[in-house]
Every structure is written in structure tokens, then in C-alpha cells.
Design a protein around this ligand. Structure first.
Ligand code: GLA
Length: 693
């Protein structure tokens, strides 16, 4: 057999037209089928190119009754009846695609497969990328209108996913995903997949509170430590759709996903290209724990703009003051925050325009003249004098009808002729698909950041799209994609202009927690719910894909303002220490003993921070363990017990930093660490171990 191997990560077998992608622990193979359509061959344990080339594929379906066959990009056309990833309609009314394979390129872990339609001027390139340091396969595609040789009429795009994934038929098919709501995001669910098409989606213009754009599939037998898990994550911050299809004939389980939701259409014109976001996949043999650690490593190495910088301990004034922001009040909070060891002080909503409630001011991004008669300079100077960095809350995509901006630019919001402008939280969405709007936003953000040398922005987005129109634009539904690109573009430009600027992504809590945002932010505000009991579940769901260093978690007051639940200060800290610690309580009401306890806990956090933020995370029962180099940190709650640790080399010996007790790793892994928790309400503890040999 003649084999041509182009690089160690991507190789190609010419006779069978099979491509093999090789990651450190997995293989992925696809083939150009007899009808020139790209067919799925393998995704799982390592295979050689010869082995992959010898595998059979379903090669074109010729029966009305055949099951769906695994395709790399399911299209409409011929005897295909499964869920399509790509739906197009041409000007003459014809639909579907008949592929001609035009060629491919392999270069540095990347594969591009070039296709075009046999008749119509539609070109498509499938992109694959693998990395030497993880098992993630990045996939996306580019559509092109090839223009005049075969016609200049626009091509209508009805659906354009980034990729279809085929999970081999296993004995069962269970889906893991998150569900949620405002104040209750990322709750993990595992359900047996129905024999049906199951759609996970957001139609709100953001990735959303209700489902997060990822999915895991296993045979129903995986757990944290073992089992085969196939996972897919969409790097997109707008509306999206992932459809999982299971049929009872035992064919592969397919998952297709991309930007946009059902019913949106737009036109591709001559010479135009359209790039989808990345829909990445990972196969892991190590259960859900290894799957998550694989995503965490990938996010750190290939997504985050500044992965290796410790996230600072934040103070945010939102829960303390609401919209009641004054120079004196903020100064007093800043002084107390600095006394606790806080490193970054963030003024939340209420500092600008006529923003004394949620009814006015969004869009008028100058300091409120009554509250800050000399601008923000005096406050920023004071914060810096206290040794902290200075951050601000912004919500650039929004305007209140009661604002100077809206009075001047009522046409800048998403709206439709003859339709009401639905207000949610008394605000409307600015159309970030418009370049005049993004130029305006970039302009004031750039000036604001420069004027006060702002270190940190909390970029919020507090309402879903409604009446998402763009009167006068010939192809208005593009705004669903282009708004998101506009937001990403402003963030990218701002960061380039201000390399020291750090950003927290937020959308009414965790309504836009996704890899699209994490590619241009440093952390995520994952929920407005700061109740420590509720946070445990929300953080557990967030950790399935996203790493601890990106998870902002504040300690706030007790009783909790959202839930009314009282919990001990120490427990609130121990729960929040699982991510990037912040404090959001009204420090003016904390007693001297509470402030002293908080100061000690902040100091403890700084000591464990490198392990929590940069270590490997293991979710244990009622505990989270982190390991970085020789150090292990365990944040545990619940009752006295022996807690089995994970991920240690069995021959190692660890010493408890606090007690000096020695533990053989073999014992920690098999029998566990004896946990003695303090008595009282919600016992919790932090255990620190250091490897001795
Ligand atoms: C959203 C955010 C909160 C806070 C408020 C301010 O709800 O999630 O953290 O910033 O907006 O209005």
C-alpha cells in the first residue's frame, strides 16, 4: 500500500483517500467517499494509518430505509435523511449539495479538505487542527461563494454548523450537559439519549443561562475516574444549536453543532466567505475527570489570552451598594478591602450617566457628575494608594431608552418596523453588527481605559435579543452572527491597544460563559447567585469544561441576599477558594472578628492560589482536589471521613503542611486521607500536602 505521511499529527493514505489525525492518546480518521463526500471512519483509541485505511465506511446511502451514515459534514441531497449540518438553497430553488473533492493541505497539525458543489458555485473547506499537548481536535469550516463561472446569484444559507461529530455505536448512549437559569446556571445533568433528535440551543443572542454549548457522550458506564467519553465544545458566544441524533439501528451517534438557531437565514454573495466558529471534540478513556482536565489544559494552552498570570483577589461593590455608588462609600469599601489583602477593586454598575437605578443611563459612559464631580480619578488614585488595582463594570451592548445615547441614536438598537421594542430590565440591545456602533463602543472604551489606566473591566450583557431586526439592511439576520463578532472584535482591539487590561465576561451572571468569550477574557462571572450552597452545584457544572482560574467566585454576606440562607464565613470562603477568589459583601457591616478571619482566609488563599489556579483539578465527593507539581490542595466539606485522593504517583510520600503528618500516596489513593472537620454548621477545611519524596 502506498502511504504518504505528511507530518506526525496528520497523515494521508492515497489509495483509500483516508486521513488520520493523531493526538497523544487518540486517533481520528475520515475518508473521501466514492461520491466525494467526506465520511467518518474512526474516533477513539490510537490506530495506525494502515489500520484506519482498512476500516470500512458506509459509502453513500442507496436505500430509503438505511440508517444515517457518519458524515463529516452532513448535508442535504441524495438519500440522506438525518439531521443536516449544512442546509442551502440556490436561486433556482434547488437545494442540497453534491460534493466534488478538490484537494487538501496538511501543515503543522492542520488539515484542510477542499470541496465544491458539482454544479452550483458553493465552495467549502473543512478545517481540522490537532495539538501535540492534548487530545482536542478543533474543527470548523469555511463556505465560499465561488462566483461567476457557475453563477452570481446569492446562495441562501439555512443552517451552517461548524462540524458533525460521529460517536461510535456503543452499548448505550448517555448525554451529559448543563441546564440552568438566571441565578442557577450550569447544573450538570446526565440522561440516557432518546432515540430521537435532541436539540440543545440558545435563541437569545448569547450562549445563555439555560444550556451551555457543550455535550458529552458515554455508554452510560463512565464515572469521574474511568470510562470512554466523547465530548464536544462550541466556541461561540451568540445563539447556537447542537443537535444530537440517535437512531435505533445501531449506527453512530451523531452530534452536529454551530452558531445560530433554527429559522435564521441569510445569503452568501459572490466572492464572499463565511467562517464558522470552532466546534472542538475530545475522546478520553479516563472518565469525566480526565475529560474535564483535558479541556482545562486546552483552554489554558490554546484559548486564554493570558493563561499563566495569577488571577487577583477581587473586591466588587455590587452586592454591597447596588446602584448606590458614591465616592465616599466606595472609598470606605476600598479601605476595608485593602485591609483584607484584596488586590483589585472593581466598581460595579452605577458609576456613570444617570445610572441611579436600572431605568436610565446605559449608553452614557461618563462618570455621573453628581457622584463623581471630579471624574473617577480621585477614586482610582485612592484605590491605587491602598495598593490595589482599579476596575470598572461596563455593559457596552446596551442602552436605556432614558439615555442621551438613545435619544440621539434610536436607530442603533435591534428593532423591526411595525413591531414594539420590547424592553427587558428597561433596556434595549445596541446592534453590534453595525460598524458605526462598534466604532462608537471602541472609542469610549479606549478613552475610558486610557483616562484612568483601568486594569480590569467587567463586561456585562443583561438581556436577550428581541425584535432582532436591522431596517434597511438587505440581509438583516446576519446580525445574529455579526453582533457576536462585533463584541469579540471590540474586545480584541481593546486588548491589543491596552495589553495590561484584564477582562471578566458576564451576562446577567453566567449567561455568556463559553470558549468564544474566554479567548478574549481572563475570567467569567458564572452566576449572580453567591449563596455558597448553591455555588457548589453551579461551580461543579462550570468545571466540566472551564478551568478554575477562569471561575470568579465571591464571598458575600450572610444571610445571602439572593437566598436568605445563613452560612459560616469560613465555609463561604472555602467554597469560593475553588476558583478565582473575590469578595463582594458589604464590608462596612463586617465586624472586627469577621474582618480578621477574612484577612487570614485571603492569606491562605494566596498561599494555595498557584495550586488551585494552575493545578490539575479532581472532583471528589464533597471536595475538590488540585495538584500542581509537588503540591496538593483539598477543599473539603461535609463530615469527618477518609477521603480518597486522586492523580498522585503511588510511590510518593506527602506531608501535611499544617500538622506535619506523613501520608503514603498509595494509602491516600486506596484508603484515603483522614479528614477531621471543625464542628458546627457546614464544616469545611483546606488541606495542604507537599510531596516529600
Ligand atoms: C448583572 C451582573 C451583576 C451586576 C449587575 C449590575 O446582573 O451579573 O453581577 O453587575 O448586572 O447591574
Amino acid at each position: 500500500m502506498s502511504q504518504v505521511s505528511f507530518d506526525s499529527q496528520v497523515s494521508y493514505d492515497e489509495p483509500s483517500r483516508t486521513f488520520l489525525l493523531t493526538t497523544p492518546a487518540t486517533s481520528y480518521a475520515l475518508r473521501i467517499g466514492a461520491d466525494d463526500s467526506p465520511r467518518h471512519v474512526h474516533w477513539g483509541a490510537p490506530l495506525t494509518l494502515g489500520q484506519a485505511a482498512a476500516l470500512p465506511t458506509h459509502d453513500g446511502v442507496t436505500s430509503s430505509f438505511a440508517s444515517t451514515s457518519g458524515e463529516e459534514l452532513a448535508v442535504e441531497g441524495g438519500a440522506r435523511f438525518g439531521v443536516p449540518s449544512l442546509l442551502v438553497r440556490y436561486a433556482d430553488g434547488a437545494r442540497g449539495v453534491e460534493w466534488v473533492h478538490e484537494g487538501h493541505e496538511i501543515e503543522g497539525g492542520r488539515l484542510r479538505v477542499r470541496l465544491r458543489d458539482r454544479h452550483y458555485p458553493l465552495g467549502c473547506t473543512l478545517h481540522y487542527a490537532v495539538h501535540a499537548d492534548n487530545d482536542i481536535i478543533e474543527r470548523s469550516l469555511t463556505l465560499r461563494h465561488l462566483g461567476s463561472d457557475t453563477g452570481d446569484d446569492p446562495i441562501e444559507i439555512l443552517r451552517c454548523d461548524a462540524a458533525s461529530w460521529s460517536v461510535p455505536a456503543v452499548s448505550g448512549a448517555r448525554l451529559s450537559h448543563t441546564v440552568g437559569e438566571w441565578s442557577g446556571e450550569t447544573r450538570l445533568r446526565r440522561v440516557e439519549a432518546p432515540y430521537a433528535e435532541t436539540v440543545f440551543t440558545s435563541r437569545r443572542g448569547v450562549s445563555g443561562h439555560f444550556a451551555n454549548p457543550w455535550l458529552m457522550v458515554d455508554a452510560g458506564d463512565a464515572d469521574e475516574d474511568r470510562g470512554d467519553v466523547w465530548s464536544m465544545v462550541l466556541a461561540w458566544s451568540g445563539s447556537w444549536r447542537i443537535t444530537a441524533q440517535r437512531d435505533h439501528t445501531g449506527g453512530p451517534f451523531t452530534v452536529t453543532g454551530g452558531a445560530g438557531h433554527d429559522g435564521l437565514t441569510w445569503r452568501l454573495r459572490t466572492g464572499e466567505s463565511h467562517e464558522t466558529p470552532v466546534f472542538a471534540g475530545q475522546f478520553s478513556r479516563g472518565g469525566f475527570g480526565a475529560t474535564s482536565r483535558g479541556w482545562h489544559r486546552y483552554v489554558a494552552a490554546h484559548v486564554l489570552p493570558v493563561p499563566d498570570e495569577a488571577r487577583p483577589v477581587v473586591y466588587n461593590s455590587w452586592e454591597a451598594t447596588g446602584w448606590d455608588v458614591t465616592l465616599e462609600g466606595q472609598r470606605a469599601l476600598a479601605e476595608r478591602a485593602a485591609g483584607l489583602g484584596v488586590e483589585l477593586f472593581v466598581v460595579d454598575d452605577g458609576w456613570f450617566g444617570q445610572r441611579t437605578s436600572d431605568r436610565a443611563g446605559l449608553g452614557d459612559w461618563q462618570p455621573n457628575p453628581e457622584r463623581f464631580p471630579h471624574g473617577l480619578g480621585p477614586l482610582a488614585d485612592e484605590v491605587r494608594r491602598l495598593g490595589m488595582r482599579f476596575g470598572l463594570w461596563v455593559e457596552p451592548e446596551m442602552t436605556n431608552p432614558d439615555s442621551d445615547l438613545y435619544r440621539a441614536r434610536p436607530d442603533w438598537v435591534l428593532h423591526m418596523p411595525n413591531r414594539r421594542r420590547t424592553e427587558l430590565r428597561h433596556q434595549l440591545v445596541l446592534n453590534f453588527a453595525r460598524t458605526d456602533v462598534t466604532e462608537w463602543a471602541y472609542g469610549w472604551l479606549d478613552r475610558l481605559v486610557a483616562a484612568y489606566a483601568i486594569d480590569f473591566l467587567k463586561w456585562d450583557m443583561n438581556r436577550a435579543f428581541t425584535e432582532a431586526g436591522w431596517p434597511g439592511h438587505p440581509d438583516a439576520e446576519r446580525l445574529w452572527t455579526d453582533h457576536t463578532r462585533g463584541v469579540h472584535g471590540v474586545l480584541d482591539r481593546l486588548r491589543r491597544a491596552h495589553p495590561g487590561l484584564r477582562v471578566e465576561g458576564c451576562a446577567g451572571g453566567g449567561g455568556r460563559a463559553d470558549l468564544g468569550m474566554l479567548a478574549r477574557t481572563d475570567q467569567t462571572w458564572i452566576s449572580d447567585n453567591t449563596d455558597a450552597d448553591d455555588r457548589v452545584a453551579i461551580q461543579h457544572g462550570y468545571s466540566q469544561i472551564y478551568p478554575a482560574r477562569t471561575m470568579s467566585a465571591w464571598v458575600t454576606d450572610s444571610p445571602n441576599p439572593h437566598t436568605g440562607r445563613s452560612t459560616p464565613l469560613r465555609y463561604r470562603f472555602h467554597v469560593a477558594m475553588a476558583g478565582a477568589l473575590g469578595i463582594g459583601g458589604d464590608l462596612s457591616r463586617w465586624t472586627a472578628p469577621q474582618l480578621a478571619e477574612a484577612r487570614d482566609l485571603v492569606e491562605l488563599y494566596k498561599e494555595i492560589r498557584p495550586v488551585v489556579q494552575f493545578g490539575e483539578q479532581y472532583r471528589l465527593t464533597d471536595a475538590v482536589q488540585y495538584r500542581a507539581g509537588d503540591r496538593v490542595v483539598v477543599l473539603a466539606r461535609g463530615r469527618d471521613r477518609t477521603l480518597r485522593l486522586a492523580g498522585l504517583s503511588p510511590s510518593a510520600v506527602y506531608v501535611d503542611d499544617a500538622t506535619g503528618a506523613e501520608h503514603d500516596a498509595a494509602t491516600l489513593l486506596t484508603h484515603g486521607l483522614p479528614l477531621r472537620l471543625p464542628k458546627g454548621d457546614r464544616p469545611s477545611t483546606v488541606v495542604r500536602l507537599t510531596r516529600k519524596r
